[in-house]
Design a protein around this ligand. Sequence first.
Ligand code: 5AD
Ligand code: SF4
Length: 464
Amino acid sequence: MFYCAGSLRQLTFRYKIAHIEQNVIFARMKKLYIETYGCQMNFADSEVVASILKDLYTLTDDVQEADLILINTCSIRDKAEQRIHKRLHELEALKKKHRTLQVGLLGCMAERMKEELLETEPILNFIAGPDAYRNLPELIAESAQGEAKFNVLLSEDETYDNIMPVRYDLNGVSAYVSIMRGCNNFCTYCVVPYTRGRERSRSPQTIMAEVDQLLQDGYKEVTLLGQNVNSYRWEEDGEVVTFAKLMEMVALKSSQLRVRFATSHPKDISDELLEVIAKYENICKYIHLPVQSGSDNMLKKMNRVYTRDYYMERVRKIKELMPDCAISTDIIAGFCGETLEDHEQTLSVMREVGYEYAYMFKYSERGGTMSAKRFQDDIPDEEKTRRLEEIIALQGELSLASNQRDVGKTFRVLVEGVSKRSADQLYGRNSQNKVIIFPKGEHQVGDYIDVTVTRCTAATLFAD
Ligand code: 5AD
Ligand code: SF4
């Protein structure tokens, strides 16, 4: 769910309806096509970008008719960047056909590669880093004159605070709300602190205004987003709003609104926060707690600043306060100098926690990071693949075992859409973030319903 590199989020019918009037009035308004890669933060950013450009462009889901194509990119692993290079080459034919078509590249790749990209990718008219989106109208206008432009300045305070994102998700039920930007953690393998800059929190007033608007628009679920939401902090007139406090404020808005959050750093997952999650029924019992490795040696080298024992103590606290809480994780296979013993430790921490789900990656060296500077990327690719496959196979077993424990249980599900397999079936998620498929009956998207699980696979629960 968190990293879906390459996926393409298309615009909704709802959005188009909302803009029909605008289309009629401004019959010659230009068309914008946005393609988003990477994490949820990027999807939330694309909604901010759509909002910044809403007076200049209408959104389209047909790339062929676009006057402006924006590619919002991810740099977290080399594979993600390669995919984007490939996509840019695919778009070259379109650019030859439409001479006035503009193509802009946004996000982490713009920030990492800066103006070098304009030379290596001549299709690009402009590039804009994650803190430069307010400058997009100028970049678009200036680059239309012929010369490629860029703005990759990082800011210490940009949070796009006052911008109400244009929602272009498919279901109109769940929405992302960005509460902070950047990261100060400097895990040695990670490029994010360099591409997204320093940590900064958004004011609670504007967050709550956005939540109010979502409630008015009929949304039933919000996910509070940040690279490390646990270190959210806002201080004004001597009063401090922590992440725990913010979660409580959002949860109290309406008992009909589900609240989720992503992502947590284990070092900051406080008892105060866990108690708030446990206290409110509408805060989902699901925590994404990236472990990265089960070996203390690797954790130290990664600068994760916790030990395996500390991590396990946090897991025990979660289970003590919320026995039904699902936990997912991120794991990196084949980090610099990882021995077979370190790898075994990762497999054993996975078994010990019994994760419901995991996002699993091979280590990918990123230029400019501490690990690229200090350590050798010395695990051969085939060995990384072998270790990753072992991790994936184990997670398959753990997910299946967790799902099997749910057979016979009844869960409240928020209906999100029609199942891809059959128009007679709907799907939704339970509080633990598990997808459940069930017969349509009289139910509508956006309803809360109670279903009893009758069977499962490792990926999905099925209910009557
Ligand atoms: N190589 C592989 N995986 C990485 N991640 C971050 N940087 C790298 C990298 N250089 C993974 C981590 C992080 C997730 C978002 O991506 O597991 O939690
Ligand atoms: Fe990267 Fe670590 Fe920050 Fe996550 S916490 S974004 S892995 S530096």
